[in-house]
Design a protein around this ligand. Structure first.
Ligand code: CA
Length: 366
């Protein structure tokens, strides 16, 4: 991830404080005080090499970068550039709180870190949402036809009140497929109610309170229909640091997200092997206190199975040994390395061999 040009935007993300004042400041900066785009505006919004790393370092949390990433990918500006190699910059994410920030700016990337399991699918989905939904990649237009694009033209970025300062929501108006982003910058679950009818959504036909509209939930991957009047009080529940992105309009439309690459070595890709290296969803899930984990491996290999918490910290190594090919099963009893019970929450299970790795989310509910 690379950022340049928009240093004001960059600094707004970098110095973001997780408070309602911080949300206001971020909104004002992203709105460019009404100038965007135009005088004093910065057109490029993208992060510097490994800025997602440095931001997670500054926030001391991978989890806290999630809502920031959602905002970054859905606000106006040129698309974020993300390129996978970045040779010579950064050692990947490191661990939260790792002291040597400069080391991670100059070095060989180590992608084998806990936060990757959390951030990689999130960044991937955001990039595809931005690419596939014009609401989020539109450029502001000369809507009053005076030959200039400035604050006199219709906004392509409208804040929506959530009634809770720590939950930030905005609309990217787009005819018949309006983009809505809602992010929770707090460490607790939040439910907010948005008035989307007065938010500024646009449709070809006049809005009809009795008509039906599609709500496409682009994070949860589900589409459903609502009556227009239901959009007056549209309820959204978000996990701690959770994100929601909707496309609201006249048709069902979900992003196409290709599978994340699981091949670590670029020299030995083999479709047959990839398809038979599989970590199944644990069951039951949610669970308390014990859950069963099943996986298959195509060849005899050294296999590691590790549980991480949502911050990317290792909780327990369940397995680290050579296993023969085939189906394997074991259980996790919700304890950490020293045998103590871990708290309720989301845990990440990472299965890795010498060539592949795969991750599942597990929910422990005590
Ligand atoms: Ca104009």
């Amino acid at each position: 991830m690379d950022a340049a040009y928009d240093w004001i935007g960059y600094n707004a993300f970098r110095s973001f404080s997780f408070s309602s004042g911080g949300v206001n400041n971020l909104n004002n900066t992203l709105q460019n005080d009404g100038f965007y785009p135009g005088e004093n505006s910065w057109f490029l919004r993208f992060l510097e090499n490994q800025d997602e790393d440095r931001i997670s370092y500054i926030y001391n949390s991978f989890e806290r970068t999630m809502p920031i990433a959602t905002v970054l990918f859905t606000v106006p500006g040129l698309p974020v550039l993300h390129y996978g190699q970045e040779v010579g910059f950064g050692k990947g994410m490191g661990q939260p709180g790792e002291p040597d920030l400069n080391t991670r700016r100059r070095g060989i990337i180590d992608w084998n870190f806990g936060g990757q399991q959390l951030l990689q699918p999130h960044y991937q989905r955001l990039a595809h949402i931005r690419g596939q939904f014009p609401a989020f990649n539109q450029h502001k237009k000369d809507t009053n036809n005076d030959g200039q694009v400035n604050s006199s033209d219709a906004s392509d970025f409208l804040r929506i009140s959530t009634g809770d300062g720590i939950v930030f929501a905005f609309l990217r108006p787009w005819k018949d497929e309006n983009g809505i982003t809602v992010v929770n910058f707090s460490n607790s679950v939040k439910t907010v109610t948005l008035n989307l009818v007065s938010s500024g959504m646009i449709f070809t036909e006049p809005f009809d309170a009795a008509g039906t509209y599609w709500v496409n939930d682009l994070i949860q991957d589900s589409s459903y229909q609502v009556i227009g009047s239901e959009l007056v009080s549209f309820q959204v529940t978000l996990d701690a640091y959770g994100s929601a992105i909707f496309a609201i309009g006249t048709e069902a439309h979900l992003p196409e997200i290709p599978p994340l690459p699981t091949v670590v070595s670029i020299n030995k890709p083999a479709d047959k092997l990839v398809s038979s290296f599989a970590l199944k969803q644990n069951f039951p899930n949610p669970f308390n206190p014990e859950t069963t984990i099943e996986f298959t491996i195509p060849v005899t290999d050294k296999i590691k199975l590790v549980v991480y918490n949502i911050l990317g910290e290792k909780i327990k190594t369940l397995l680290d040994k050579r296993l023969s090919s085939g189906r394997h099963q074991l259980t996790w009893d919700g304890t950490n390395e020293s045998g103590g019970s871990v708290a309720s929450g989301i845990y990440l299970l990472r299965l890795s061999s010498s060539k592949f790795s795969q991750v599942k989310r597990m929910v422990l509910l005590r």
